[in-house]
Design a protein around this ligand. Structure first.
Ligand SMILES: NC(=O)c1ccc[n+]([C@@H]2O[C@H](COP(=O)([O-])OP(=O)(O)OC[C@H]3O[C@@H](n4cnc5c(N)ncnc54)[C@H](OP(=O)(O)O)[C@@H]3O)[C@@H](O)[C@H]2O)c1
Length: 296
């Protein structure tokens, strides 16, 4: 079954559901990507900072699926912010992935303590877009005030804003700002990944155990993860669940043959706690600039 596609603001189409590879160990990444492509995924989200772009490329080649049939998305890390640095970040990413062109290149997060460098990096993405090296450009973890400044001071409206988004943290203000500017919202931790990593916060509840989600899932004979992914798709978002487990890779893709009712979508929206699980994009973390992205 084909995944629904979303049309970005520059006309490029993107499969709504993709495989995420954050914290996928390099030695498991190629197998996970090949497995996902065999199951039917046609979109992979990686990042320079994940240090597994090379293995994503290897998985793509191992799968036998045509390069042109797969939507490859990656991110420029903050230590490569600045105009020349971000241009070079493209060369590093494309080289590791083993491709000539990227489908979507995004800034990993706003560097709020060095916003001028963030803007310069975005201008490099505009150049890469103009030169045909990337098919679309975007951002990640941009809050409405970051977006407003970016839109004010650069030319190309981002195609995508990838942010933390799951039933416990739905970011309505970000979604509204994205929609206002024709920016597609893409959900990271779409099934609540950050809510159940051990050590990410005392007393944090896993969204997977939520009684409402469990009840809705039972009603459809599905799992909570499948219900969450279905919710993203029906709300018009892209979602990029991560798994390196073949059974869960398949489970997360098997969401195209059922539908949630409007009341169920509303009940899931109402689970929002307003509390993020991942890092706050407005808290400066200058130490990130000390982590260089290797050349090869
Ligand atoms: N832009 C950013 O700053 C940012 C931040 C975080 C993530 N991301 C992107 O978003 C992707 C997804 O986010 P995420 O990895 O944080 O969280 P997630 O996809 O919501 O959850 C991943 C976690 O859930 C487990 N899992 C996967 N499928 C499952 C299922 N059906 N049932 C139960 N558990 C399941 C995975 O373990 P197994 O592997 O063992 O299945 C993993 O521990 C990342 O891989 C990355 O591409 C971006």
């Amino acid at each position: 079954m084909n995944v629904p596609t979303l049309t970005l603001n520059n006309g490029v189409t993107m499969p709504a559901l993709g495989l995420g590879v954050f914290q996928s160990p390099p030695e498991e990444t190629a197998a996970a990507v090949a497995e996902a492509l065999a199951v039917g995924y046609r979109h992979v989200d990686t990042a320079a900072a994940y240090q597994n772009e090379r293995e994503v490329g290897e998985g793509l080649r191992r799968s036998g699926v045509d390069r042109d049939d797969v939507f490859l998305e990656t991110k420029v890390w903050v230590s490569d912010y600045g105009y020349d640095e971000a241009l070079h970040a493209f060369d590093k990413a494309a080289g590791k992935l083993g491709v000539e062109q990227l489908d979507l290149l995004i800034l990993h997060q706003p560097a709020t303590d060095r916003f001028e460098k963030t803007l310069a990096a975005y201008r490099a993405l505009e150049t890469l877009l103009h030169d045909g090296k990337v098919r679309a450009i975007g951002v990640s973890n941009f809050m409405p005030h970051h977006l407003a400044e970016l839109l004010d001071r650069t030319d190309v409206v981002p195609a995508v804003n990838q942010v933390e988004l799951h039933p416990y943290f739905t970011q309505p203000a970000v979604q509204a700002a994205d929609a206002e500017h024709g920016i597609l919202t893409q959900a990271w931790s779409p099934i609540g990944g950050m809510t159940f990593y051990p050590g990410w916060g005392e007393g944090r509840r896993s969204v997977m155990d939520d009684p409402t989600l469990r009840e809705i899932a039972a009603g459809h004979g599905r799992t909570p993860a499948q219900v969450m992914l279905r919710w993203h798709l029906q709300r018009g978002r892209s979602a990029i669940p991560k798994s390196t487990n073949p059974g869960r890779i398949a489970e997360n893709f098997a969401v195209l043959d059922f539908a949630l009712g409007d009341d169920e979508l509303d009940r899931i929206d109402a689970l929002d706690t307003g509390v993020r699980s991942g890092p706050d994009p407005d808290v400066p973390r200058p130490e990130r600039f000390d982590t260089p992205v290797p050349e090869a």
